[in-house]
Design a binder for this molecule. Structure first.
Ligand code: C2E
Ligand code: MG
Ligand code: MG
Length: 672
C-alpha cells in the first residue's frame, strides 16, 4: 500500500490530476455541445448557455477533485515519513546492538539478512553473509557443527531453539556464541522465515573455562589434579566400549622431603614442576594421562591396555626420564620414584565406583612398595609393578576361569593311622590356566578373597565335591567316609552363608553326614558375629567341622573347647620336622592331649615320610594325610582306593606306601 501510494504520487501530483480532468472535461463539453448544435440545429444562445453550464460543472468538480486528492496525498506522505523514520530508528537500534540479529528467508525469494554487529563478531561483513547463505555454517567451529546443525533442525521442527557453539573468524580467533532462533509462519501456518539473535559470550565462556581449568589443574605443574583424574577415570569406565584394562600407576618421589629441607621449598617446587614436565614429555606420544595428585605424588593413567604388563615399559620410561639430574635447581637434584600399580576392568561396577577404587588401590600398592622396599631403586619399582601386573592379570583371568570352566578338583585321601582305613578325602581346587599352566590354590585363593570371587568359586567347589560324594555313596556305604571341603573366612563372614551352603549341598542330594568343612584358625578369630553363627548352623546341620592348619595362627588351645569342631588338623609345619622330644613333638602331644580330652579327632597334615607314621601314632594322632600317604589325585585314584574290598590293615597301609607318584601337579592331569 505504501509502495503503491508513493508510486502514484510520483506519477501524478494533485494539481496535474485535477488539470488533466479539467482539460478532458472541458474538451468533452465543447466538442459534444458543438456537435449537438450542428445536429439538432439549436440557436447560438442555446449553444453558449450549454457551454457555460458544462464548463462551470467541470471547473467546480475539478476544484473539488484537486482538494480531495491533495488531502489524501498529504496524508500518505505523512504516513510514509513516519514509516521511514521508524525503520531508520529500528535499524539504528539493531545496528547498535552487540548481538547479531539475523533473519533467513525460507521461501527462497530473499537473501538472508544480518545486523551490522556480525562484522565485530564473525569478522565478516553483512554483505558477505547476504551474498553467501552458507557462510554462517562454514564459520562454525568444525567440532561444534553437529551442535549448530541440531539447533537448525530443531528450530525448523519445534519453532524455537537455542545453542551455544564456537565460530572461527577469518583471522583464526575463536568466539563463543549463544544463538537463539525462532521460526516465523505465515497466516496459513507455512514457515516463511527464521529469525534469531546470537550473543557473543566469549568473555563469560573464557572465564568459565579458566575457572574449570583452575579447579581441575595443579597450578604448579599445569597437570591435571586429583579431582580431574577421577573425572577422567570415570569417563573412561563409563564409555560403553571401554573394554580393556584401565591401569593406574601411582608415583611418589623418593626423598623429596630431603630436597625441600636441603634446598628450600622454592627448589622443591621447581623439582616438582620439572618432574611434571618430564613425565608429560616422556609419555607425550602415548594415550597416557599424567596428573599430580598430592604433594610429591603423581599418577599416570594408561587407558585400555590389553595386558597390565604393558605398564612395566611405562614405568621404565618414567624412571629413565626422572633419572637425569635436575639442573634447574642450584646444586642439582636427583630424584627417583616409587611406583604402585592397580588395574580395573569394567565388568560389573559403575564407572564412579571403579574410578575411586582404582585410585585407592594404586595408592595402596604404592604405600606397600614404599613400606616393603623403603622406596629405593628404579629396578625395585619396576619389579613391584611387574609383580602387581601379574597379580592383576591373574585377577582378571580368574574372573573368566569359572565361566570358561578352567577350575577342577583333586582329592587327597585321609587314613586312620591305626587301622589304615580310608576315612575320607579333602577336595582341593586347581586352576588350569590357559597360558600359565596349573596354578596352585595358594596363588589365587587370596586374590579370590579380595575380589569377592571366592563366593562363586566356593559354590563351584561345593557343587562339584558334593556331586562327587553323592556318586561315591554306594561305595562308601560300609565306611565312615567323608568328603572335606575348605571354606574361606571371607565366605563365613557373610551373614546367611550357612543357609545358602546347606541349600547347595542339599541340591546334590548327598547326606550331611558325608560332608565336612575345613576352616583355618584365622577364620575363628572372629569368634562372634556371622562367622560363629554360620559355623554353629553348619555344626547343627550335621556336617563335620575341622580346624585346619592348627598351630600356624593364634593356636589357642582354649578355643578347642569353645568352638563347634570335630577334628583338629595339625599343620604340616609341625609334622614335617619331628625329632624325639623336640619342640614339635611336645606341641603335638599337647594338642593331642587337649583334643582327646574334648573328644576331638586329631589329624596330622603333611605326612611325607612313612617312618613318621609310627611316631605320630605313638604321639596319639588318629588320622593322617600327606604326600607320603597319598597325593591329591583325580577321582579315579580315589575310586581305586574305595574299591579295595577290605579296609587296609595298618601294616598293609605302611607296606603299600611305595614311593608316591606325583599326580596332582602338572598340566597333563586328567580333569574332573
Ligand atoms: P589346606 O586346606 O591345608 O590343604 C592342604 C594343602 O597341603 C594342599 O595344598 C595339599 O596339596 C598340601 N599337602 C598335602 N600333603 C602334603 C605333604 O605331604 N607335603 C606338602 N608339602 N604339602 C602337602 P594345596 O592343594 O596347594 O592347597 C593349599 C591351600 O589352599 C589349602 O590348604 C587350602 O587352604 C586352600 N584351598 C585349596 N582348595 C580350596 C578350596 O576349594 N576352597 C578354599 N577356600 N581354599 C582352598
Ligand atoms: Mg584344608
Ligand atoms: Mg591344612
Amino acid at each position: 500500500m505504501a509502495d503503491f501510494s508513493s508510486r502514484a504520487r510520483d506519477i501524478w501530483s494533485a494539481r496535474q490530476a485535477a488539470g488533466a480532468y479539467l482539460v478532458v472535461g472541458l474538451t468533452w463539453i465543447v466538442v459534444s455541445d458543438v456537435v449537438a448544435h450542428g445536429l439538432v440545429g439549436r440557436t447560438l444562445a442555446e449553444l453558449w448557455t450549454d457551454l457555460a453550464k458544462g464548463s462551470l460543472f467541470v471547473i467546480v468538480t475539478a476544484v473539488i477533485l484537486y482538494g480531495l486528492l491533495r488531502r489524501h496525498l498529504r496524508r500518505l506522505e505523512v504516513a510514509e515519513q513516519a514509516r521511514v523514520a521508524l525503520e531508520s530508528r529500528v535499524t539504528q537500534v539493531v545496528e547498535s546492538l552487540s548481538e547479531v540479529v539475523w533473519a533467513a528467508d525460507l521461501t527462497g525469494e530473499r537473501p538472508p539478512w544480518v545486523g551490522g554487529a556480525v562484522e565485530a563478531v564473525y569478522g565478516v561483513s553483512p554483505e558477505a553473509f547476504r551474498a553467501r547463505p552458507d557462510l554462517w555454517r562454514e564459520a562454525v567451529h568444525p567440532e561444534d557443527r553437529p551442535l549448530a546443525d541440531a539447533r537448525e533442525r530443531s528450530v525448523r521442527q519445534r519453532g524455537e531453539a537455542e545453542a551455544v557453539y564456537r565460530v572461527v573468524r577469518p583471522d583464526g580467533e575463536v568466539r563463543w556464541l549463544h544463538d537463539r532462533a525462532r521460526r516465523i509462519d505465515d497466516a496459513a501456518g507455512r514457515p516463511v522465515r527464521l529469525t534469531g539473535v546470537a550473543r557473543d559470550i566469549t568473555a563469560q565462556k573464557v572465564a568459565e573455562l579458566a575457572a574449570r581449568h583452575a579447579r581441575l589443574h595443579d597450578p604448579l605443574t599445569g597437570l591435571m589434579n586429583r579431582a580431574a583424574l577421577v573425572e577422567r577415570l570415570e569417563r573412561h569406565f563409563d564409555e560403553p566400549d571401554s573394554r580393556g584394562l584401565g591401569v593406574l600407576l601411582a608415583l611418589d618421589l623418593d626423598g623429596f622431603g630431603a630436597i625441600n629441607a636441603a634446598h628450600g621449598n622454592r627448589a622443591g617446587d621447581q623439582v616438582l614442576s620439572v618432574v611434571g614436565d618430564r613425565l608429560q614429555a616422556a609419555l607425550d606420544d602415548t594415550a597416557a594421562v599424567v596428573a599430580r595428585i598430592g604433594g610429591d605424588e603423581f599418577a599416570v593413567f594408561l587407558p585400555a591396555l590389553a595386558d597390565p604388563s604393558g605398564a612395566v615399559d611405562t614405568v621404565r620410561e618414567v624412571q629413565s626420564a626422572l633419572a637425569r639430574p635436575i639442573t634447574e635447581v642450584a646444586g642439582e637434584a636427583l630424584v627417583s620414584a616409587s611406583v604402585g600399580l592397580a588395574a580395573a576392568a569394567r565388568l560389573t561396577d559403575s564407572g564412579g565406583a571403579l574410578a575411586e577404587h582404582l585410585l585407592r588401590s594404586a595408592l595402596g600398592a604404592l604405600s606397600r612398595a614404599k613400606v616393603e622396599r623403603g622406596g629405593g631403586s628404579a629396578a625395585s619399582a619396576v619389579e613391584d609393578v611387574a609383580a602387581s601386573a601379574r597379580e592383576v592379570r591373574l585377577r582378571v583371568d580368574l574372573h573368566h576361569a569359572l565361566e570358561r570352566d578352567e577350575l577342577f578338583l583333586v582329592y587327597q585321601p585321609e587314613f586312620d593311622l591305626r587301622s589304615g582305613r580310608l576315612l575320607g578325602v579333602e577336595a582341593l581346587v586347581r586352576w588350569q590356566h590357559p597360558t600359565e599352566g596349573l596354578v596352585p590354590p595358594d596363588a589365587f585363593i587370596g586374590v579370590a578373597e579380595t575380589t569377592g570371587l571366592i563366593h562363586g568359586l566356593g559354590s563351584y567347589v561345593v557343587a562339584r565335591a558334593c556331586a562327587q560324594a553323592h556318586a561315591w555313596l554306594p561305595q562308601m556305604a560300609e565306611r565312615p567316609f567323608k568328603v572335606w571341603i575348605n571354606l574361606s573366612r571371607v565366605q563365613l563372614q557373610r551373614p546367611g552363608f550357612a543357609a545358602q551352603l546347606i541349600a547347595e549341598v542339599d541340591a546334590t542330594g548327598v547326606p550331611h553326614a558325608r560332608v565336612g568343612f575345613e576352616v583355618t584358625e584365622s577364620a575363628y578369630a572372629d569368634d562372634a558375629g556371622p562367622v560363629r553363627d554360620n559355623l554353629d548352623a553348619l555344626s547343627e546341620a550335621g556336617f563335620g567341622l575341622a580346624l585346619d592348619d592348627f598351630g600356624t595362627g593364634w593356636s589357642s588351645l582354649a578355643s578347642l573347647r569353645t568352638l563347634p569342631i570335630d577334628v583338629v588338623k595339625i599343620d604340616r609345619a609341625f609334622v614335617s620336622d619331628l625329632s624325639p622330644d623336640g619342640p614339635n613333638e611336645r606341641l603335638i602331644q599337647a594338642i593331642v592331649g587337649m583334643s582327646h580330652a574334648l573328644r576331638l579327632t586329631v589329624l596330622a597334615e603333611g605326612i611325607e615320610a612313612r617312618e613318621d607314621v609310627e611316631r605320630l601314632v605313638e604321639l596319639g594322632c588318629d588320622v593322617g594325610q600327606g604326600f607320603g600317604l597319598g597325593r591329591p589325585g583325580p577321582v579315579e585314584a580315589v575310586e581305586a582306593m574305595l574299591g579295595s574290598p577290605t579296609p587296609m590293615a595298618r601294616t598293609a597301609l605302611l607296606a603299600s606306601l611305595a614311593a608316591p607318584e606325583p599326580t596332582d601337579q602338572g598340566p597333563g592331569h586328567p580333569r574332573r
